[in-house]
Design a protein around this ligand. Structure first.
Ligand code: NAP
Length: 274
């Protein structure tokens, strides 16, 4: 029988994780099954317990459960501990190991796949939810000139900046405070694009030659990327590469083999066009 894996989220119907992990499994000759589980907003822990009882070996966690997954884990990797959010669970006997592969996935996509420089750049991170929490430490490790976190609920951005104080040049607060500031790299880690909405970003946020990166992915241009294009960003990227890279890191944790992500990104881009 195949080893069972799943992604827990709400909504989760749009998730490409099942296709990605099935493709990794074929590529790496691993016998696994992987499905998406639509999880009630007040039923995350119960759903995970049910999955483990039915033989589940590991799971991915997507919005809005990453912080709850952090609390559910009985043991945390260093990067998950730092992030305060978990996107990957490994069930081993009585232990539930929590990891966070989002940051590694983003940095790998930015620096390896997109040849985007982070060192010495002014970087703006939009959002302070589970996804944003996972990428702050790896972004700071890449030594930007400044990492500014902006969020609709400003206190969450300030708290996040506070959490990483001392690890690099960091600021956090409300969108209004961005007036007059320009950035070389603007990363949208809000879920606004999911609802077809746009974070309230000042028009001048994109410096000349800047890159706009939306963690959201899907068919067509997201509202954030359309706004970025209209307001001077020179390069645009969606989060499909990050998605595949964070999945590769999770697959490695679960199976001990590292898949090649490039053909899986190409497959998904082909599916989107088709
Ligand atoms: P989350 O924990 O629910 O956080 C959502 C964040 O979005 C919060 O900061 C929230 O602000 C903000 N937000 C929601 N609607 C907004 C709006 N209309 N205007 C401005 N801000 C808004 O979700 P998450 O897990 O961080 O996920 C965020 C996004 O990243 C999702 O679209 C997800 O699909 C994507 N993601 C992609 C990858 C990838 O691999 N490509 C990985 C992780 C996440 P408040 O704090 O004010 O509520």
């Amino acid at each position: 029988m195949s080893d069972r894996y799943a992604v827990f989220g709400n909504p989760v119907g749009h998730s490409k994780s099942p296709a990605i992990h099935q493709a990794f499994a074929v590529q790496c000759h691993q016998q696994i099954s992987y499905r998406a589980i639509l999880t009630p907003r007040d039923g995350f822990a119960a759903s995970v317990r049910g999955f483990v009882a039915a033989g589940g070996r590991g799971a991915n966690v997507t919005l809005p459960f990453k912080e709850e997954a952090w609390r559910l884990a009985t043991r945390l990797s260093v990067r998950a501990e730092l992030a305060g959010a978990v996107n990957t669970l490994l069930f081993a006997g009585a232990e539930t190991l929590g990891d966070n592969t989002d940051g590694a996935g983003l940095l790998r996509d930015l620096t390896c796949n997109l040849a985007c420089r982070v060192a010495g750049q002014r970087v703006l991170l939009l959002g302070a939810g589970g996804a944003a929490r996972g990428v702050v430490a790896p972004l700071l490790d890449a030594r930007p000139a400044l990492l500014w976190i902006a969020n609709r609920t400003a206190a969450r951005a300030s708290d996040l900046a506070q959490r990483f104080a001392g690890r690099g040049a960091l600021a956090g607060g409300a969108y209004q405070e961005l007036e007059g500031e320009a950035f070389d790299l603007v990363i949208n880690a809000t879920s606004a694009s999911l609802a077809g909405e746009l974070p309230p970003l000042p028009a001048g946020a994109f410096a000349s030659g800047s890159m706009a990166y939306d963690m959201m992915y899907g068919q067509g241009e997201t509202p954030f990327l359309a706004y970025a294009r209209e307001h001077g960003a020179a390069r645009l990227a969606d989060g499909l590469g990050m998605l595949v890279e964070q999945a590769a890191e999770a697959f490695y944790l679960w199976r001990g083999v590292r898949p090649n992500s490039a053909p899986v990104v190409a497959m998904l881009r082909g599916t989107e066009r088709g």
